[in-house]
Design a protein around this ligand. Structure first.
Ligand SMILES: Cc1cc2nc3c(=O)[nH]c(=O)nc-3n(C[C@H](O)[C@H](O)[C@H](O)COP(=O)(O)O)c2cc1C
Length: 368
């Protein structure tokens, strides 16, 4: 048996194996951000993972950046998530909710009253936004006023409370992939001159206030993880920070004060490459962070085994492989081939290409 498929103790949780289902936005929620009934099947079928991280979930209407993504601010959303967590638990799994604010990676068409997306600074991102009327160029966001920032911290607090009510086992704070928290952390996207910009300490002020609020809700950091992507260039091709080693080194040190359960890193650029520039050091992050370390990006069982043997990570998250292989752990165990999901199924649509992928021995049976 591969050591990757053996149990792992993560804080006070016992994971069946070291396989984590990475967060995967699938854009199947209603326009009100309510996950569909068939999300229960989708997540329950994947309860073979040691831990599931849900798709990124908007903390407030202002946080929305993509059409048909779920939220965790309304009672209807909480009720729908309750069914999902119950489905995962009935099948022996564990599930954390990923808390999301997209910041500038948004568009007026997905914002309340068509308002401009908000960001630390009024800097337009490259690329396009996914709206109900298709892909549209990003716009220049509105820079947040200093006195608006504590209100967003409160939105995170409420979302964390709602995640608890919805029966999640914990939450993951999405501070990666150039969404709002990372926009504050990086000096290319944060040009503020108030206490939330300038020095590293100032740029970390808002993300750390969020971590503080969320850990307060969860009775400490023992059920709270965080996602970081120090090497990402998204949404473009150029590095996003003038000194990622210093910035993320300081971030990790500061996070240690909150007793977080894990750091979930994207090694390289999400989906694109595992190459890491000299300016980023994942070994340093692993060493300096006091909690567990989840590695991600293009992992195979073999690479995970190698990295575990070398002590580079504790847990390994798999994203794309979980789309078309609901029984991924069984396939890894038996060496069965992995199915690949064509891209049109990734974002948007219904149950087709989402909760109807068969396992290697036919439909995946789930308990209800
Ligand atoms: C369809 C799709 C949706 C994704 N949605 C999210 C998300 O909601 N939150 C997040 O942090 N990362 C998201 N990612 C990134 C994945 O979590 C992961 O980092 C990436 O797919 C690389 O891992 P893999 O090589 O195992 O697929 C998404 C990736 C894909 C392909």
């Amino acid at each position: 048996m591969s050591p990757i498929l053996e149990p792992f103790t993560l804080g006070d949780l016992t994971l069946k194996n070291r396989v984590v289902m990475a967060p995967l936005t699938r854009s199947r929620s209603s326009t009100e951000g309510v996950p569909p009934d068939f999300a229960v099947d989708y997540y329950a079928q994947r309860a073979n993972a040691g831990l599931i991280i849900s798709e990124a979930t908007n903390i407030s209407p202002q946080a929305v950046g993509y059409a048909y993504t779920p939220g965790i601010w309304s009672d209807a959303q909480v009720e729908a998530w309750k069914s999902v967590t119950a489905g995962v638990h009935a099948n022996g799994g564990l599930i954390f909710l990923q808390l999301w604010h997209t910041g500038r990676i948004s568009h007026p068409d997905v914002q309340p009253d068509g308002q401009l997306p908000v960001a630390p600074s009024a800097l337009k991102p490259e690329g396009t936004a996914f709206t109900e009327s298709g892909m549209q160029p990003h716009v220049t966001p509105r820079a947040l006023e200093t006195d608006e920032i504590p209100g967003i911290v409160e939105d995170y607090r409420r979302a964390a409370e709602n995640a608890k009510r919805a029966g999640f086992d914990g939450v993951e704070i999405h501070s990666a992939n150039n969404y709002l928290l990372e926009q504050f952390v990086r000096d290319s996207t944060n040009h503020r001159t108030d206490q939330y910009g300038g020095s590293i300490e100032n740029r970390l002020r808002f993300p750390l206030a969020v971590v503080k609020a969320v850990t307060e809700v969860w009775g400490g950091g023992h059920r709270v993880g965080i996602r970081l992507s120090p090497a990402t260039t998204e949404p473009g091709k150029t590095p996003l920070d003038s000194d990622p080693k210093a910035t993320f080194g300081a971030y990790v040190e500061a996070l240690n004060a909150f007793g977080l359960l894990y750091v979930h890193t994207i090694e390289g650029v999400t989906q694109q490459t595992r190459d890491v520039p000299d300016s980023v050091d994942f070994g340093q992050i692993r060493k300096r962070f006091k909690g567990a370390y989840i590695g991600n990006n293009q992992y195979t069982l073999e690479l995970a085994e190698k990295d575990l043997a070398e002590g580079r990570a504790d847990l390994f998250s798999f994203g794309r492989p979980y789309i078309a292989n609901p029984d991924l752990v069984q396939r890894l165990e038996t060496g069965a081939p992995l199915a690949e999901a064509p891209k049109p199924y990734w974002y948007g649509g219904g149950a087709n290409g989402y909760s109807d992928w068969p396992g290697m021995n036919g439909p995946v049976a789930i308990k209800r």
